[in-house]
Design a protein around this ligand. Structure first.
Ligand code: NDP
Ligand code: MG
Length: 408
């Protein structure tokens, strides 16, 4: 990039990634884990617009086999994985004769590490995406990371692993993409803090009493973003921002007190970086995930994009508020777990996943989701330096604890 000094972006203590160095190659063959979801289908839209320079090397999903079949017929991936074996049988007739088909959760892992893939988009929702994300990092791929839960559970494993294998983690989450882009305005050592913006979700202006009885439909009505159901409910509780605090802690190696949450209802500013001289650099764009997805794929280059563009003639004002920690106790959990580390992230994430699922099945009211997560975390004996097996055990323990609470 002419005129731009070499940028050193640190994604971890040990991993300095010089993305503007001449040796940096742009990814071409892309595998999408979770291709039938909200991020998965947006990634395919981006790849459609970037064709023929980018090709689909692999697609993986779980249940929505008809959607996956249609994607295979359009993009002709050489490899396909379906986590649910029954659905793998259904999809077989729709594949090219030379396509390889992998069934079961191990198939997603196989897909992530294939040698004909340069770039893996990790877009499975929840801890279910952990194993395949780790496999991509282990194989030294470039990884476009949407699956924030993988870092919340196992950032302490994934980040050092990437440093060892040469894997590069590129944020897809819009806030982290904005921080990543804004950081290029200075040196890493000149960053004082980051501001993660948050829309505030559908209940930004609701009282705690109103929220306690909010329905599933209320919680699924996000004011600015169109996303999958789990992250939409996480946005309503603001657990999504808690997970993003932990995600930022790992991606940018920042102490939790350098990460501040700012409510910005318009979702135009996607996050900001404050440097030591007081300058604050922001990244703006319409609330459309195709922008951060495309940047994760093309960076450090930029391409003509298919995402909605901002129209400043229609933007009257940009508003900011401080978050309300009393009405949204999930936020404090995010800071707490970012500080504690160890197995706390695995427990927070698993308890939240189970509580969200219970709310979706109308087994608990909205107000119980974060309460239940807090109760399980408080009962957990944190292990300070866990390996992956210990993290998976903590995840399983938290799920059992939620199940026990639900029985009572
Ligand atoms: P969706 O629910 O829309 O999609 C989830 C995808 O994961 C689907 O393709 C689904 O397959 C697949 N999947 C679920 N479980 C498994 C499994 N066990 N094995 C393999 N595949 C599985 O989620 P989103 O796209 O909204 O979110 C994906 C990730 O991206 C999450 O971590 C989320 O936090 C993050 N993210 C999402 C944003 C968004 O705008 N949606 C924004 C920022 C981050 P199938 O449907 O076929 O069962
Ligand atoms: Mg986000």
């Amino acid at each position: 990039m002419p005129g731009v000094a070499t940028l050193l972006v640190t994604l971890a203590d040990a991993a300095y990634i010089d993305i503007f160095s001449p040796g940096h190659t742009v990814a071409k063959r892309v595998t999408i884990l979770g291709s039938t979801g909200s991020i998965g289908t947006s990634t395919l839209e981006v790849l459609r617009s970037l064709a023929p320079d980018y090709q689909v090397a692999g697609l993986g999903a779980k249940r929505r086999w008809q959607e996956l079949a249609a994607q295979c017929q359009e993009f002709h991936p050489p490899a396909v994985a379906v986590a649910d074996p029954a659905n793998a049988i259904q999809i077989a007739p729709f594949l090219d004769s030379r396509s390889e088909l992998f069934a079961g959760p191990a198939g997603l892992v196989e897909l992530a590490r294939r040698s004909d893939t340069d770039y893996v988009v990790a877009a499975i929702v929840g801890a279910a995406g952990l194993e395949s994300t780790v496999a991509a990092v282990q194989a030294g791929k470039k990884v476009g990371l949407a699956n924030k839960e993988a870092l919340v559970v196992a950032g302490s494993i994934i980040v050092p692993l990437a440093a060892r294998t040469g894997a590069v983690l590129l944020p897809i989450d819009s806030e982290h993409s904005a921080v990543f882009q804004s950081m290029s305005a200075g040196r890493r050592s000149e960053v004082r803090k980051i501001y993660l913006t948050a829309s505030g979700g559908p209940f930004r202006a609701w009282s705690a009493e109103q929220m306690a009885g909010a329905t599933l439909q209320d919680a699924l009505r996000h004011p600015t973003w169109n996303m999958g159901p789990k992250i939409t409910i996480d946005s309503a509780t603001m657990m999504n921002k808690a997970l993003e605090i932990i995600e930022a802690r790992w991606l940018f190696d920042l102490p939790p007190d350098s990460i501040e949450v700012v409510i910005h209802p318009e979702s135009i500013i996607h996050s900001m970086v404050e440097f030591v001289d007081g300058s604050v650099i922001a990244q703006l764009g319409s609330p459309d995930m195709k922008t951060p997805i495309q940047y994760a794929l093309t960076c450090p280059d930029r391409a003509d994009g298919c995402a909605r563009k901002l129209d400043f003639s229609t933007i009257r004002r940009l508003n900011f508020e401080s978050p309300d920690f009393d009405r949204f106790p999930a936020l404090e959990l995010g800071y707490e777990v970012a500080r504690i580390g160890g197995t706390a992230g695995a427990v927070l994430n698993a308890a939240n996943e189970e509580a969200v699922e219970a709310f979706r099945q109308e087994r608990i009211p909205f107000g119980r989701v974060v309460e239940l997560t807090r109760e399980v975390l408080d009962r957990h004996n944190v292990q300070a330096a866990p390996d992956l097996d210990a993290l998976l055990a903590a995840d399983a323990w938290a799920r059992r604890e939620v199940a026990e609470c639900l029985k009572q």
